[in-house]
Design a protein around this ligand. Sequence first.
Ligand code: SF4
Ligand code: SF4
Ligand code: FES
Length: 540
Amino acid sequence: MPRLTIDGRTVEVEAGTNLIEAAAAAGVQIPHYCYHPRLSIVGQCRMCLVKIEGMPKLQTGCTTQVMKDGMVVLVDDDEVRAAQEGIMEFLLINHPLDCPICDQAGECGLQDYSFKHGQAFSRFEYAEKRTYSGKERIPLGSEVVLNMNRCIQCTRCVRFTEEISRTGELGLFQRGARTEIGVFPGKELSNELSTCVVDICPVGALTSTRFRFAERVWNLDKIPSLCSGCDVGCNITIEHRRGVVRRYKPRTNPAVNDHWMCDFGRSTFGRSAGSRLTVPTVIRDDGRRAAVSWKEALDAAIERLGRAEAEEIAILATGCVTTEEAFLLSRLAEALGTTNKSVLREVDRKREIPNPVGGVSGDEATPNRRGAELAGLHPGDQRLRADELVERDGASQCRVLVIADGDPGSRLHAPEVVERLRRSSSLIVIGWADSPLAAVADIVLPAASHVERDGTFVNSQYRLQRANKAFPSPTGVRSSLAIVGELLGSFKEDWSGLNEQAVFARLAEHVGAFSGLTFDTIPAEGIGLQMVAGGAPDSA
Ligand code: SF4
Ligand code: SF4
Ligand code: FES
């Protein structure tokens, strides 16, 4: 591999690496606007100019590849600084400078580079800036709004629709100083990844209809986690202010979602804001629902489970449970002596996210059906498995049916399914949404939502990844792990009071696919289970 020196730091990179990436590997930042690692290189913003020993003029770092040993590059250099200041001066001549009301403020490439590479004055004294009158808020589609006055014509958005979504809705129109971005006649920006153009737009020209004016970005806390919208398992940051989630943004993982996520996944940020279960409830003998203490609710559940014959008990989870929760539910079934323990498979439309290794697709509505099965909630041939309970009359044979409920929109909440599940003599629901199912349950145990708990998911490619808690649950709510742990602990003492790490450790002891792994050492990019198990994880 060729070696080069950048600002005195020596680094070795693959032949063909461009100078922006080579400098990043050496810990040197070359400012850039039009370059994006997953888009074709166009060399048009000129922000990445660097000095290369032996070359008469400054060169663009994005278009210059390292091919052989000995290149000497300077970024920290007076000539380079003067070029950067000049480019910033040009870009700012016509920029509206409406940072106080711009959604991008706080995460804007123009603001950041003005501060780092710009100057405090402009030599241009134009009476009027160039403006695109009437083009300050053009909906390009249902998800994205364009303010043409802020555009710096980097063409990242155009290249995205040509090269990543391959839908080609966007183009450059007009010429010279009047060049503008727009959709082709009769089209709208309507591909499933459309909001990604907002992420890659380096300025505030493209904004998200879901997030516009919702929050100043510097007020947001950002927690790395996973999307729960389907089984692709896109890596995201949950961005919230004091427990109110404002948006999901993609977090780069080249093995899964790369730099992208779908619009549907983004839309799921609001799920946890719906009506919540916050207190345990029990339906009393007189038929009325009463709010009760945790002790009373858990005692009632334990008492019903203890009284039922083993095969009259069924445990059903949706694929929204974490692998650790599924493992405890499976152990609870085992402690009760029942084989009726299963996870519901909810097939949904196919979603595909491109990445450099062929992309990831998924067609399930939940993130972790596979993890739940691996952890012990097999579809199997048991009498009261998920499809018997949900699609047929299985619940009428249950003395006690325990359901770990899913997100709003789960098939479990369809009226006909609720009616079928309600045929169980006793219905116990562990969940966070005030769902139609919770509304008819005998015992409701309010649990942490998907943004309020730690755990692992296994995606459609059997990649194990960690989802992280963004903020605590409302007062009175417990994690599903704690709830199931308490139920299980009353039948098998040595299983009570375990946290995620401890449950995962026992999972790794019991299930071959997780063998040798620990909760805290799961890599940030996840890990393919088949590599660990040495075979198809399904058979583990
Ligand atoms: S809208 Fe944004 S991404 Fe598109 S060309 Fe303008 S500045 Fe670049
Ligand atoms: S593809 Fe699935 S996991 Fe990825 S963002 Fe969309 S819904 Fe979420
Ligand atoms: S990043 Fe090199 S010219 Fe734009």
